[in-house]
Design a protein around this ligand. Structure first.
Ligand code: ZN
Ligand code: ZN
Length: 466
């Protein structure tokens, strides 16, 4: 007992000196240090903090074992409280974190060399925590023996890489454990999408390994850099690839019905975008010609006479031949009159609509003054399947220089814009991947950026070709 008292007073005097030294260090002004001095300060305080954490953790493990999970309650003389609750109050951490610290500290008792490596500052407390995942899973003797190797791996890797290594070990040595982990990962899977109302959406998801394997296998080849001129960061390329995959599904996949028909990208477009309305009306001159105005109710005949009153709804992708775009031109006085809107995402820019319009199957609806549907034309495939195949055979991939996106991921683009009277002829059509297609309609890409050696330049009215 006398020995223990002396030992304790030694610890106290060391802590007193450590606190005094920390106070002294705290008085050193960061602003007064040169860059290499600042780096030294960060590096050495990081290691010190890790080592102190390791020392504290060792004590927590000892407390847990000695008190059976209970420690004397400092607030009530003679009473006991759970170790995590006490740790939470003294360390000022969350209950979750306190529980985690206790579990790690106890598990580290089974890995004495690893715990010592943390205290020595060779590896970080996070490394230590990762390695405790092996405790209870791998036979104790083998685990003790493998400590030097584990420490060596930890020294060379960051905790994420180490966690990967540990999973490999677990997969090799205790498969049932991996099975259990997989099952629980299955239960946790989810995907949430939230509108940030600033023009974009934010998503969070958790996927089991197997599902992520599918996702990344499809995603990564599409997320590669398209040549040297592709300056998109990896995250952007992956986001584009995800949209490509969805577009591919809309174009070609046998998707389940949405409200009784194939899912189709549909936008509501205001009648005030008259040039667009007029262009679409031109596309449907054939439909107009087939209607006898005298045979129609007066209201509808009036609507057919006024280009601004022609609504158009489009349906894309049916039968694996169409694009992904679709449209509805609305009438004045109805929702959507001031801007184009998508049913899921709300307002859409003119460039976005132009891009979709380039490769859409278009259908026109004529709405009455009270919003009732007066007439509905049949869907027309503006670009025929045969044209689409011919363009794909000629271009082979996206025609933007340096881009190799295959036809399945490309829209068919009108070089001379449809709304300016550009014809849907093979010579006026090229393959563009969605990214380059949007760039074109934002005027970030012109004919000189495309591989179109077959292209004659006869159309003086086309602004892009001027
Ligand atoms: Zn286009
Ligand atoms: Zn491209």
């Amino acid at each position: 007992m006398v020995w223990a008292v002396a030992y304790r007073s030694t610890m106290r005097s060391i802590l007193d000196r450590l606190e005094a030294a920390t106070d002294a260090l705290a008085s050193v002004s960061a602003a007064g240090l040169p860059v290499d001095g600042l780096q030294e300060l960060v590096a050495r305080t990081s290691v010190l903090a890790s080592r102190l954490t390791g020392i504290g953790s060792r004590a927590v493990g000892e407390l847990q074992v000695r008190g059976g999970g209970q420690v004397p309650d400092p607030a009530v003389a003679g009473a006991a409280c759970p170790l995590p609750a006490w740790l939470r109050s003294v360390a000022k951490v969350s209950g979750t974190e306190a529980g985690r610290q206790v579990r790690t500290s106890v598990a580290l008792r089974e890995l004495p060399a690893v715990a010592q490596a943390v205290v020595d500052g060779q590896i970080s407390p996070e490394h230590g925590r990762v390695l405790t995942r092996l405790v209870g899973k791998i036979e104790l003797g083998a685990l003790l023996e493998s400590q030097p190797q584990l420490i060596e791996v930890a020294r060379r890797t960051d905790p994420d890489e180490l966690a990967q290594y540990v999973r490999h070990l677990l997969a090799t040595w205790c498969e049932p454990d991996l099975d259990a982990e997989e099952a629980s990962a299955e239960d946790r899977r989810f995907l949430q999408l939230r509108n940030t109302h600033n023009g974009s959406w934010r998503g969070i998801f958790e996927l089991p390994d197997a599902d992520m394997e599918v996702l990344r296998t499809a995603l990564e080849p599409l997320a590669r850099r398209d040549g040297d001129s592709d300056t998109r960061p990896a995250g952007q390329r992956r986001a584009d690839a995800l949209t490509d995959i969805a577009g591919l599904a809309l174009r070609h996949a046998d998707l389940p019905d949405a409200g009784g028909h194939r899912p189709v990208l549909t936008y509501l477009v205001p009648a005030t975008w008259t040039d667009l309305g007029a262009a679409l009306q031109r596309l449907h001159a054939d439909v107009l010609a087939s209607i006898d105005p005298l045979a129609l109710p007066a209201g509808l005949a009036r609507a057919l006479d006024d280009p601004a009153l022609h609504g158009i709804v489009g349906a894309g992708g049916a039968g694996g031949t169409g694009g992904t775009g679709g449209f509805m031109v609305d009438l004045d006085g109805h929702p959507g009159r001031d801007c184009a809107t998508g049913p899921w995402t709300g307002p859409a820019t003119r460039a976005r609509i132009d891009t979709l319009l380039c490769d859409a199957r278009v259908q026109r609806v004529v709405l009455g003054e009270d919003g009732q549907v007066l007439s509905l034309s049949t869907t027309t495939d503006v670009i025929t399947a045969a044209q689409r195949r011919a363009v794909a055979a000629r271009d082979r991939c996206c025609t933007a220089k340096g881009c190799t996106r295959p036809p399945a991921f490309c829209d068919v683009h009108h070089l001379w814009a449809r709304e300016d009277g550009g014809p849907t002829d093979i010579d006026n059509l090229v393959l563009l991947c969605r990214r380059h297609h949007v760039m074109w309609h934002r005027q970030l890409l012109t004919l000189t950026d495309l591989r179109v050696p077959w292209k004659r330049l006869p159309q003086p009215r086309a602004p892009d070709l001027a």
